[in-house]
Design a protein around this ligand. Structure first.
Ligand code: NAD
Length: 497
């Protein structure tokens, strides 16, 4: 069995901690790989490599950094298929979806290629006599990234390309459930000429995370994962004097107004609820059917749900793959039974689903729960699986109030033909990302991604301009070149212009 170690100082490093974790192929249930779980000392050596690389990298010219970024972009482009296959083999999502993940991650790398434009400072001349003021942004130092299992390539790429483009060095702690794709990203960065120590990968679990959070040489932490851990990361990082952005979980609602095209809405609900087996932080997990749309909409979604082809992600005919682990699959299934017990209509029941020839895989069929109410567990918890809840609402206001009562505020969407209603929704809904007839409004790379409420702890969203602000700190320089003929004179007053 293969054991995946760390990538430190530009080379692969075997773990000496003696601790490993299992990495499964969710389609077969086999466990072909172990992943090293770093000790605190191993984390220290990764941070040390990043700290040593920081001096030269932070001083490197923008031309040198962008030369690397363009080359890396071309190399990743040539390796899209290979990275997608690695994602599928450990996460389970279908190959086309994994390719989409790589493409969306590369958007941020493409943004990073334009970093000279983004790091241009501001200059005001003659703010006072012969006094100029310049604002510049500089890197923060060693940055740590801690990432979730559900986008093993894209979420790390939300972070490190921009961080290193800004002149920082980086230590990535990927999810221990599917570590091979992020590891490969680091190998390819080295192949594209990234100096050793600028990007390091340390595999591990809570031990590694806790050491990153307390390490005095880590200046900033980007985290993406579940809400309880995001909250913990933020408070620990702040307690250790670090800047932090910690993106958490979600429960995304799709509001369907009576005037919507219900076939279009049903197609989109299916794609957004069951794509990647519902293991997306921007998945739609609740449809709010307004007015008299409910029965027809549920019938249309159910009809489509029953026809979905579920199978191994490397089979091109599969539309949905397995879940990440057996335990998670069973937990997701328990919400379907629980909702039935609490009074929901189980219109489509995906529990007990098996795929011929893959009986040990972590498969689950898709489930559709109707007449769900906000007090049911299936509504209250983030299920993170292929379970779609439908809640009925009499009016737009009732639907909006339901969404705004949620503890999460990641993404949301409205489906309507009424521009006025859509405009009202954009302004009134409490969520960080809003779609109008777009079910998964993940912003493109040059905008920023982030939710409100329990979906994000910290101030700045991730990637886009917020990402650049997070990975840099501002400095303002006030300059005077006095005329040699003038004397300065003594003046103890507070300087004004
Ligand atoms: P998770 O919170 O379990 O793990 C995320 C990371 O934190 C991993 O690297 C893991 O090793 C580490 N970790 C786990 N437990 C820890 C602990 N007790 N102490 C310190 N570190 C710990 O999340 P996951 O299951 O890998 O991913 C799914 C979750 O991530 C969902 O809740 C999903 O909504 C969320 N997510 C959010 C976004 C977003 O942008 N808001 C994007 C993707 C995923």
């Amino acid at each position: 069995m293969k054991t995946l170690g760390h990538w430190i100082g530009g080379k692969s490093v075997e773990s000496v901690s003696g601790n490993v974790g299992p990495v499964y192929n969710p389609a077969t249930g086999a466990q072909p790989t172990h992943v090293a779980l770093a000790s605190a000392e191993e984390v220290d050596s990764a941070v040390d490599a990043a700290r040593r690389a920081y001096g030269e990298w932070s001083q490197s010219s923008l031309a040198k950094r962008t030369a690397f970024l363009f080359k890396y972009r071309e190399l990743l482009d040539a390796h899209r298929d290979e990275i997608a296959a690695l994602i599928t083999s450990e996460h389970g999502k279908v190959h086309s979806d994994a390719l989409g993940e790589v493409a969306r991650g590369m958007e941020i790398l493409e943004l990073a290629c334009g970093i000279p434009e983004k790091l241009k400072g501001e200059l005001s001349t003659q703010v006072s006599t012969r006094v100029d003021v310049a604002s510049i942004r500089q890197p923060v130092g060693v940055v740590a990234g801690i990432t979730p299992f559900n986008f093993p390539a894209m979420v790390p790429m939300w972070m490190f390309p921009l961080a290193i483009a800004c002149g920082n060095t980086f230590v990535l702690k990927p999810s221990e459930k599917d570590p091979s794709a992020p590891y490969r990203l680091a190998e390819l960065a080295a192949e594209a000429g990234l100096p050793e120590g600028v990007l390091n990968v340390v595999n591990g679990d809570k031990v590694a995370v806790d050491r990153l959070l307390s390490h005095p040489d880590v200046a900033a932490v980007s985290f993406v994962g579940s809400t309880p851990i995001a909250k913990y990361i933020q408070s620990e990082a702040v307690a250790h004097g670090k800047r932090v952005q910690a993106l958490g979980g979600a429960k995304n609602h799709m509001l369907v107004l009576p005037d919507a095209d219900l076939d279009f809405a049903a197609d989109n609900a299916i794609n957004a609820a069951y794509g990647s087996a519902g293991e997306r932080c921007m998945a739609v997990s609740v449809v709010v059917a307004v007015g008299d749309t409910g029965d027809e909409l549920v019938a249309k979604i159910a009809d489509r749900a029953k026809k979905l082809r579920i199978g191994p992600g490397d089979d091109p005919s599969s539309e949905m793959g397995p879940l990440i682990t057996r335990e998670h699959r069973d937990k997701v299934a328990s919400y379907v039974d629980g909702a039935r017990g609490q009074g929901a209509d189980v219109v489509v029941d995906g529990t007990g689903y098996t795929v011929d020839g893959h009986e040990d895989g972590f498969f689950l069929g898709v489930s559709l729960l109707d007449k769900v109410s906000p007090d049911m567990d299936a509504y209250r918890d983030e299920i993170f699986g292929p379970v779609l809840c439908v809640v009925r609402a009499d009016t737009y206001e009732e639907g909006l109030s339901l969404i705004n009562s949620s503890r999460w505020g990641n993404g949301t969407a409205i489906f309507t033909r009424d521009g006025g209603a859509a405009r009202r929704f954009q302004l009134e809904v409490e969520a960080g990302m809003v779609g109008v007839n777009v079910p998964i409004p993940v912003p493109v790379g040059h905008h920023s991604f982030g939710g409100w409420k329990d979906s994000l702890f910290g101030d700045l969203h991730i990637y886009g301009n917020d990402g650049i602000a997070f990975y840099t700190r501002g400095k303002v320089i006030t300059t005077r070149w006095p005329d040699p003929a003038e004397s300065g004179g003594i003046n103890l007053g507070f300087p004004t212009s």
